[in-house]
Design a protein. Sequence first.
Length: 434
Amino acid sequence: MTASKIFLYLCLVFISGVFIYSFFITPQDGEFSSFYDEEVGLKGIIINEPEQRINQQKFEFKADEIDGKILITTELYPKYHYGDQLEIFGKLLEPAVFDEFNYQEYLAKDKIYLVSYSPQIKLLTENQGNWFKQRVFNFKDKLRNIIEQVLLPPQSSVLKAVFLGDKYGLSNELKDKLNISGTRHIVAISGMHMIIMTQILLFLALGIGLWRKHAFYFVIILLVLYIIMIGAPASAVRAGIMAGLLLFAQKIGRLRSAGRAVVFAAVIMLIFNPLLLKSDVGFQLSFMATLSIIYLKPILDKKIANWPNPFKIKDILTMTLAAQLGTLPLLIFHFGRLSLISPLANLLIVPLLPAIMILGMILVFSGLIWLFFAKIIAWPIWFLLSYIIKVINSLSSVPLASIEFRNFSLIFLIGYYLILIYFIYNHVFNFKEN
């Protein structure tokens, strides 16, 4: 057995150990229990970009007096921003644990141990955050305002979600339709979304004649700039690492070796935050989508090798199908729904995402210079977004478009992946024999 295989197995054992250990990790050690149900007055700053939802806003608040973060939920107006120094007066609460969702664990992975709802808030001063992060978020606000000036909802909401990661502006009705059609990933800066996007950009770059090395650097630069532009949230950084590793493996022509790099990257992330494996759905989807594209896509490619491949549509089909097969049980386990219409919906929508991203980039940057030109660019984007919304509306209304699962056991999830691993291993072994 080679040293690399031994190292891989050690990494897998470590991940398995973290998975088992995560069921015994308590979200907090009790040091914050003295603040539960206490009326307090605290000073501090907003340490991340607030989530602007339809009728409320949420933000992470770092108080001077408490060694931990507080999640504040308050009215939509007045709007607060990253770096605002505030004084809050209200009750601190322990995050709830619901029957079907452990909100406490979900927040604990981001080191948030206290919540407060509708406290009194006094703005003391602005721009007290990190200088670079402040500039990034201010720039993102400008881009968001340009989109809102040239497009109306729901097209503007979808573009902000796809392009900037502002998924909280989507209506609940549209979110339900996205879930039914299996296309929720297109409006979330998730690993699955970012990996599919970078792969399609790579196909396009190669299709227009760039050499593989040049195409790699072109996509990597776009990936890094995009992550910075949306504020570099931890979820996007983790997804970007997964997508970057996959791109690098394709550049050097050693796709299967990328699986070891992805596993090692996951180990490093789990060393710093073991709660990711159990409580961060984005991390789970990024990890499984990447491994599925690495190991399952080549098998699917061989299965349909004789199919016609106009505009590389076959590559997009096998890539999205591999990612969906790899993440399917996770989506059912966490969201309780299996979309039967998802393969068709993704085939009709996913190939258009790069065009929307590129046109969206042209729109917002031209809007910084001349808003009139941005309004012209908005027309083709409006058409593409309207098409996507129409597809989602139509396919989500198809009878039996999705099936709900009230209780999807962890045993079934583990069993699915054991079968999938056996299937991949069996095919890889047969390929080597042949």
